[in-house]
Design a protein. Structure first.
Length: 157
């Protein structure tokens, strides 16, 4: 069953948190770069490198604050504009538990034939069987190629 959903607003705090979560890795990299520059500046006594190290160490705090504030403003603006002109429309398909058992195995979303979700009376379809209830009965592996095992098969000894 398909449903049409419209997003009427985005929470400003939630937008800030999402931005902060996405900035964790870049902020950590900037912080580590700043610590490295601080160490080099302290060891060499170079004031320019020391100032760069302090700047890069403090930059992540300001970046998360600034980007978070901008994302909060965007969420607030989206809420105002969505009420006036309409919001983002999503088409969502609801799946029941029964629908989840139908699907290819190994895709991370649908359980495979080894799952406890599938009824034992239903046939399990795979490339090696013809749809029988016992998947082991018609299973025939592909033939192996004849590969040389050593130099004595080529008579090069």
């Amino acid at each position: 069953m398909m449903k049409k959903l419209e997003i009427k607003g985005i929470g400003t705090v939630s937008a800030f948190k999402a931005t902060a979560y996405m900035m964790i890795i870049p902020s950590a990299l900037l912080f580590l770069l700043g610590i490295g520059l601080l160490m080099v500046g302290l060891i060499t006594g170079e004031p320019t490198v020391l100032i760069l190290g302090i700047t890069y160490t403090l930059m992540p705090v300001f970046l998360i604050g600034i980007y978070g504030a901008i994302s909060m403003l965007i969420a607030l603006l989206y809420g105002v504009l969505a009420k006036k002109f309409g919001g983002l429309e999503l088409i969502v398909e609801e799946k029941t538990e029964l629908d989840l058992t139908k699907g290819p195995a190994g895709n991370g979303y649908a359980p495979g034939p080894q799952s406890n979700f599938s009824p034992s009376s239903s046939p399990i379809n795979s490339p090696f069987n013809s749809g029988s209830a016992n998947p082991q009965s018609n299973m025939t592996p592909p033939p192996l190629p004849n590969l040389p095992t050593g130099p004595d098969q080529n008579n090069n000894t």
